[in-house]
Design a protein around this ligand. Structure first.
Ligand SMILES: Nc1ncnc2c1ncn2[C@@H]1O[C@H](COP(=O)(O)OP(=O)(O)OP(=O)(O)O)[C@@H](O)[C@H]1O
Length: 256
């Protein structure tokens, strides 16, 4: 159906940080992506919704080179991911922040040590003689948890851990953040806090975010635009308010 709403005429003039064209990916006879396309614009929060098994994780893996698309083009900030060698792929990944469902903290390390990890991995991106303590503290202040610096993950609630994981993602100042189910497993109030935090961060650092979620409330609050992934394609696209009014049963099913 590819029901692109008329808002795309306006957004097309903006800078694209991700441009995916006609991506196909199969595992044997299982055709997961059948010509998926999408653009993520600078500073935008784009939500992708799809039912379980529709290929959302496969799509994200193709984006960051953990899976290889069978065909099509994946351009991220000028890099054609499908053709990158290892070195360039690592360089690109350093510009992308991930907040995956399983992005757990290391239990045997303090919060501070957990945050030092990405700093060390990406130290080339920071000036020589950087004050890592100040950077870590700023990252924790961003998520309202400066007081947890010397705490162990076991002393934190699920919502706090998620916020620390977000601080860890932010510490490398990514241009793009990929969120995989950022509110899964959290109660509604904690989910709301995480969503508000994501919005604050996006405003402060002007990051562009691709958010995969099942959480319709999350999508309603955070999405500038949404894509519904059905049958391996971007079946419908639009704002929450546009899609929620659709009469197509496959679209309606998302908003029940
Ligand atoms: N490495 C793999 N080898 C074979 N099949 C795979 C592989 N990875 C994913 N698949 C298949 O691709 C399809 C899409 O899986 P994917 O994990 O992307 O779904 P999803 O939309 O992320 O689901 P969920 O919301 O439940 O996490 C599934 O049928 C899955 O079995």
């Amino acid at each position: 159906m590819n029901d692109t709403t008329n808002s795309s005429n306006v957004t097309d003039t903006r800078e694209k940080v991700i441009d995916i064209k006609d991506v196909k990916k199969s595992f044997g006879d299982n055709h997961v992506l059948n010509g998926f396309k999408m653009q993520l614009y600078k500073g935008e929060n784009l939500v992708i919704m799809g039912k379980s098994g529709s290929g959302k994780s496969v799509l994200i893996k193709c984006l960051v080179g953990l899976e290889t698309a069978d065909s099509g083009s994946i351009n991220i900030m000028g890099y054609e991911v499908t053709q990158l060698n290892r070195t360039l792929l690592d360089k690109l990944r350093a510009e992308i922040g991930f907040l995956f469902q399983g992005s757990a903290l290391y239990d045997s390390m303090t919060v501070k040590e957990n945050l030092e990890f990405p700093l060390r991995r990406h130290e080339k991106r920071f000036e020589k003689g950087m004050d890592s303590n100040a950077i870590i503290l700023e990252a924790l202040e961003n998520v309202g948890l400066a007081h947890t610096l010397n705490m162990m993950p076991s002393e934190l609630s699920g919502g706090m851990k998620r916020r620390i994981a977000l601080a860890r993602t932010l510490i490398i100042r990514p241009k793009i953040i990929l969120y995989d189910e950022p509110t899964s497993g959290l109660d509604p109030i904690t989910s709301k806090e995480i969503i508000e935090l994501m919005l604050r961060i996006q405003k402060k650092y002007e990051t562009s975010s691709l958010i995969i979620t099942h959480d319709v409330d999350c999508a309603r609050v955070i999405a500038d635009r949404m894509i519904l992934l059905v049958d391996g394609i971007n079946y419908a696209e639009g704002t929450y308010n546009e899609l929620v009014k659709a009469i197509d049963p496959k679209i309606k099913a998302f908003f029940k």
